[in-house]
Design a protein around this ligand. Structure first.
Ligand code: F6P
Length: 182
């Protein structure tokens, strides 16, 4: 059996400030994780050919008009005339996080759909794969391999600085976790 390693990118500056979306740079801690991750992968997968590709399908859930905001701002700080929109967003998302689509953005269901080609490729690959991506995307990928039901996906815990290793063997799926930092 060959492993699939799933991990979020190292902590970003936006993560530190609780801002969603954006494409912010890594924090100092995030940079440390990036190096530790590289070392880990090198040791774990030594002798393996390592092609690296970037894939738009692995981008984080598009939070549309909320991109770059904090969860607090989504609730509070929007201009008054938008306040009801913002409250509506927070409420609707709470009510049905799986189906809720951000205005001009995506829902978890949208993300799951765009991940289909990624899953096909991951299934097809014979070599080990390391997937470095974002919280919502990894929830969806993890749920697929760990056979977790759809409705749980938006709520799966996906901690930073942790590698989830999945092995698909004849007897089913096995999982190991490596927490590289406290
Ligand atoms: O906060 C980090 C992040 O990756 C955001 O960019 C993204 O909007 C969010 O997590 C997804 O998690 P949730 O659906 O729980 O808000």
């Amino acid at each position: 059996p060959r492993p699939i390693l799933l991990t979020r990118h190292g902590e970003s500056r936006y993560n530190v400030r609780g801002r969603i979306g954006g494409d912010s740079r890594l924090s100092d801690t995030g940079e440390v994780y990036a190096k530790k991750l590289a070392n880990f992968v090198e040791k774990r997968l030594k002798n393996e050919r390592a092609a690296s590709i970037q894939w738009r399908a692995l981008d984080e859930i598009n939070s549309g008009v909320c991109d770059g905001m904090t969860y607090e701002e989504i609730k509070k700080n929007m201009p008054e005339e938008y306040e009801y929109v913002v409250i509506l967003i927070a409420l609707s998302r709470n009510k049905d996080k799986l189906r809720y689509r951000y205005p001009r953005g995506e829902s978890y269901l949208d993300v799951i759909q765009r991940l289909e080609p990624v899953i096909i490729e991951l299934e097809r690959q014979r070599a080990p794969v390391v997937v470095i991506s974002h919280q919502a995307v990894l929830r969806a990928l993890y749920a697929y391999f760990a056979d977790r039901p759809l409705h749980e996906i938006p709520h799966i815990e996906m901690p930073l600085h942790t590698i989830i290793e999945i092995q698909m063997g004849v007897t089913g799926v096995q999982e190991k976790r490596y927490k590289l930092m406290d």
